[in-house]
Design a protein around this ligand. Structure first.
Ligand SMILES: [Cu+2]
Length: 263
């Protein structure tokens, strides 16, 4: 028995040392592996499970299908490239399922957007902002301008001389359903639009026409696309998106989507 214990005491410390040394060797191998760009199996597994819980997402582009019989007079300003992508459209994700809503964003830092006045135009003409964001209206030219909005509560009407600005936080947030009309009382041709959205799932398109929404709850959704400057509006059919699902959803507007009555 005594002899056996002695043997054990002799063997186990040695084994520990071997394990420890093997542990160091393994770490060394890992370090070398990482340095030459090799990823161990363990990490690949972690990535797979992350994919399983990947964020729900919708990506797509907005384009405009022209029709020679029904020309759209604003097309030359907003239709871009051979794929006829549409710039300055606003896409909004709209929940359709009764129990789907967007959770409030916590600790979000509001942004301030600029809408300038240049060459007797609002620049840009269309802004899409989230409720809580502010808009800085500015006059950058010699002409005396004004900025007026009767759709917000309270409405505002402010004169702006060269270099002057007015910062406003819009409160009426009907999103793409009803943009706020921005006008200059002195120049009837000056028109701007503020799309104030009560959540973060919206996009103002650029020349690529692209949009992407992610990190929203699984459910049934439709997309509403408007082009305030060009008087276009389209509402898609509803589609179901499962948890972690990712879908491509391209939108094509056409003369069929011209608003019947001007806003
Ligand atoms: Cu003006």
């Amino acid at each position: 028995m005594q002899e056996k214990r002695q043997i054990c005491q002799y063997i186990f410390p040695k084994r520990k040392r071997m394990q420890s040394r093997n542990g160091h060797l393994w770490k060394l191998a890992l370090a070398i592996g990482f340095s030459v760009g090799w990823a161990p199996t363990l990490d690949l597994k972690a990535e797979t499970s992350q994919n399983k819980n990947a964020a729900t997402s919708i990506s797509g582009t907005v384009s405009y299908q022209t029709d020679a019989q029904r020309p759209w007079r604003f097309g030359r300003y907003y239709i871009k490239g051979k794929d006829k992508h549409l710039a300055e459209a606003v896409v909004e994700l709209i929940p359709v399922s009764p129990n789907t809503s967007f959770p409030p964003q916590i600790n979000r830092t509001p942004k301030t957007y600029l809408m300038d006045q240049e060459n007797f135009m609002f620049v840009p003409e269309t802004l899409a902002v989230q409720l809580g964001d502010k808009v800085r209206f500015k006059n950058s030219e010699e002409a005396f301008h004004n900025v007026m909005c009767l759709d917000d509560k309270p409405p505002f009407n402010v004169n702006l001389a060269k270099g002057q600005e007015y910062i406003h936080e819009p409160k009426v947030a009907d999103g793409t359903l009803k943009p706020l009309n921005i006008r200059c009382v002195f120049h009837g041709s000056m028109k701007g639009w503020l799309v104030v959205v009560p959540h973060q799932h919206y996009k103002l398109t650029d020349a690529s026409g692209a949009f992407q929404f992610k990190d929203f709850p699984a459910g049934t959704y439709k997309l509403r696309v408007i082009h305030p400057a060009g008087d276009l509006v389209l509402e898609t059919d509803a589609r179901e998106i499962t948890e972690g699902g990712s879908i491509q959803w391209n939108i094509a507007l056409s003369p069929d989507h011209l608003r019947k009555t001007k806003q």
